[in-house]
Ligand binder design. Structure first.
Ligand code: AMP
Ligand code: MN
Ligand code: MN
Ligand code: MN
Length: 279
C-alpha cells in the first residue's frame, strides 16, 4: 500500500514554529506516515523526533538541510540518513553555529547604528540547538517593538537589500556533499530553481551528489523537466517535501505529500522500510 511521505519539514530546532513533539502527532493525524524533519544545519531534532515517531506510528528519517555556497550562490543541500552522533558531522555543525553567531552579532551592531537597540546578550540566551539566523533576529526586532511585522523587519533591515543585511558565508557545497557521502548519508539539492539545475547540478554531481528534490509544492513544469533531464544524465534519485515551517502559511502540514512508491530508490539507499517505525 502506498503511504504518504513528506521529507522536507522544519521544527523549532531551526526556524519552524512547531516543536517536534507537536509536529509528529499532527502529521500522523493528517495522514502522513513517513517524515524527515530537515532543520537547518542541525541534527539535534532527531532523538526527540524518533521517539515521537515510534509512539505515533510514523517512519522517521534523519534529515538536515545544510546551508552551503557554490561560488557566489547559496545552495541548500539536504542530507538524509546521517548518524547524529558522528563526530565529523558534529564538528561541521558546531563550526556553522559559531559563524552564524558571529554574523548575528554583526547584524545587531549594524541595527544599533540605525537606532534599533537589541542587547547582544539576547544571542547568549538562545538555546544551544536553535539556529541563529535572520528569522530569529526578525523576531527580536519585532518583540522589541521596532517593527509591526516580521515582513517589515525583512523589508527594512534584514532582507538582502535591507540596511542591516550581513551576508552569511556558509560551507562549501562540494565539501558538504563529500562529507555526507563519506558519512554514509544521501545528499540532494533542495528546491532547485531552473537556473540552479542548469548551472550547478553538474559540479555538484562531480562531488558525488546522490539526488535532487523534484516533488515540492508549486514547482514549474519547465523546472521539473530540467530536473528530470539532469537526473537522467547523472543517475540521480528524486526526493521531495513541502518545506513546511508553520500552520496558517502558504500550506498546512499534510496538504502536500508524496506517495511512498515514488520514493522507493531513496528508501532503498537509506535502508528504510516504509511503515516500520524504528529502522
Ligand atoms: P539566514 O540563513 O539566516 O540568512 O536566513 C534565511 C531565512 O530567512 C530563509 O530561510 C527565510 O526563512 C528567511 N527570509 C529570507 N528573506 C526573507 C524575506 N524577505 N522575508 C521573510 N523571510 C525571509
Ligand atoms: Mn527555513
Ligand atoms: Mn531551503
Ligand atoms: Mn527548508
Amino acid at each position: 500500500m502506498a503511504l504518504k511521505a513528506d521529507l522536507h519539514l522544519h521544527s523549532t530546532y531551526s526556524d519552524g514554529k512547531l516543536s517536534v513533539t507537536d509536529l509528529v502527532p499532527l502529521a500522523a493525524r493528517r495522514g502522513l506516515s513517513i517524515l524527515a524533519i530537515t532543520d537547518h544545519d542541525t541534527v539535534d531534532h532527531y532523538p526527540d523526533s524518533l521517539a515521537s515517531a515510534a509512539s505515533n506510528g510514523i517512519t522517521m528519517i534523519c534529515g538536515t538541510e545544510f546551508s552551503t555556497r557554490l561560488g557566489e550562490r547559496e545552495l541548500h543541500i539536504l542530507g538524509y540518513g546521517l548518524d547524529p552522533t558522528e563526530p565529523r558531522l558534529i564538528r561541521h555543525i558546531e563550526s556553522v553555529r559559531r559563524r552564524r553567531k558571529e554574523r548575528a552579532h554583526e547584524i545587531l551592531s549594524r541595527l544599533n547604528e540605525r537606532n534599533v537597540r537589541i542587547p547582544h546578550d539576547e544571542l547568549e540566551e538562545v538555546p544551544h540547538h536553535k539556529t541563529i539566523g535572520r528569522v530569529l533576529i526578525a523576531d527580536l526586532i519585532y518583540n522589541y517593538g521596532y517593527v509591526r511585522s516580521l515582513d517589515e523587519a525583512f523589508d527594512v533591515y534584514l532582507g538582502d537589500n535591507g540596511s542591516a543585511f550581513v551576508p552569511y558565508s556558509p560551507a562549501d557545497a562540494l565539501k558538504v556533499i563529500q562529507l555526507i557521502g563519506e558519512l554514509g548519508g544521501v545528499s540532494a539539492l533542495a528546491h532547485p530553481s531552473r537556473e540552479e539545475v542548469e548551472q550547478c547540478v553538474d559540479p555538484l554531481c562531480e562531488a558525488g551528489m546522490h539526488g535532487i528534490e523534484l516533488w515540492r509544492p508549486g514547482v514549474y513544469r519547465s523546472t521539473a523537466n530540467a530536473i528530470r533531464g539532469k537526473a537522467h544524465q547523472h543517475k540521480l534519485i528524486f526526493t521531495g517535501g513541502s518545506d513546511w515551517h508553520y500552520e496558517g502559511g502558504r500550506l498546512n502540514l499534510g496538504d502536500f505529500h508524496i506517495s511512498s512508491s515514488r520514493l522507493a530508490p531513496l528508501f532503498e539507499m537509506l535502508g528504510v522500510t516504509p511503515g516500520i517505525t524504528v529502522n
